[in-house]
Ligand binder design. Structure first.
Ligand SMILES: Nc1ncnc2c1ncn2[C@@H]1O[C@H](COP(=O)(O)OP(=O)(O)OP(=O)(O)O)[C@@H](O)[C@H]1O
Ligand SMILES: [Mg+2]
Length: 226
């Protein structure tokens, strides 16, 4: 699950690229769910349908403009969990963590934080909400999702140390940073051969390998538990 109360932090960019990278490197049935009425991720994934990556925009089935109930989310995800090996869930800014995180029950929550005072301060408010939602999953007998803060749009390594010190004491991991780059700004338009996406995977090879490996390991862990 990709979440942050703040808009423009990089949720959709990460959800889109992480799911494509995972599908390209693992022989798995990948399914992407977009909760955002703007459908950025859903539209971007649709052209990869031929490669077996499925995408769903939930408001298609449950009515746009209405708030989706947690029970509806649980019911809607159930068949997708059954028919795919892995789900990537993109959520919009302001998506309510308290009831939606338990409804989705993700194994991992990636929280992109674009390194600016405003984003860091917003995340200081949002993170405790996520941690409380994660604790509710545990109370209900589920596994606590791992929470990863992803330093995004980073200009220098001092920014990552700053983020690390602000969130010391929280049960979160700090992901490798994703630097600010022009290629990352331009992943949503179509280019023949998807050369723009390939370029991002080349430039940020370390980051996407880390993310895919982390997600794959969590998925393996889940199947061992079953
Ligand atoms: N590392 C980066 N370098 C440069 N631009 C980036 C980077 N990450 C994201 N962006 C750009 O920042 C903008 C916001 O990113 P994105 O749409 O992924 O954020 P979001 O969290 O999904 O926003 P929303 O809350 O509106 O859904 C986009 O124009 C995207 O291309
Ligand atoms: Mg988005």
């Amino acid at each position: 699950m990709f979440a942050n109360a703040k808009g423009g932090a990089g949720k959709s960019t990460l959800a889109f690229l992480a799911s494509i990278h995972f599908a390209a490197t693992h022989d798995s049935r990948v399914c992407v769910i977009d909760f955002d009425r703007l459908r950025t991720t859903y539209n971007a994934i649709r052209r990869f349908q031929a490669s077996g990556v499925q995408s769903f925009f939930l408001a298609d089935e449950h009515g746009e403009g209405r708030d989706i109930e947690p029970e509806t989310v649980e019911r809607a995800l159930e068949p997708r969990r059954a028919s795919s090996d892995i789900l990537f869930v993109d959520t919009p800014a302001g998506f309510p963590a308290a009831n939606m995180v338990p409804a989705i029950a993700p194994q991992a929550i990636f929280v992109p934080v674009s390194i600016s005072d405003a984003d860091i301060m917003a995340t200081e408010i949002y993170l405790p909400e996520l941690e409380a939602a994660a604790a509710r999953i545990v109370e209900n007998g589920g596994q606590r999702p791992r929470i990863f803060l992803v330093p995004n749009q980073v200009f220098g390594s001092d920014q990552v140390s700053h983020l690390r010190s602000v969130f010391r004491g929280h049960q979160v991991r700090i992901a490798p940073p994703l630097t600010f780059s022009r290629t990352l700004r331009e992943v949503f338009h179509f280019e023949p051969g998807d050369t723009n996406i390939a370029q991002v995977f080349l430039e940020d090879d370390g980051f996407f390998r880390w993310m895919t490996a982390e997600i794959f390991a969590l998925r393996q862990l889940q199947s061992l538990r079953r």
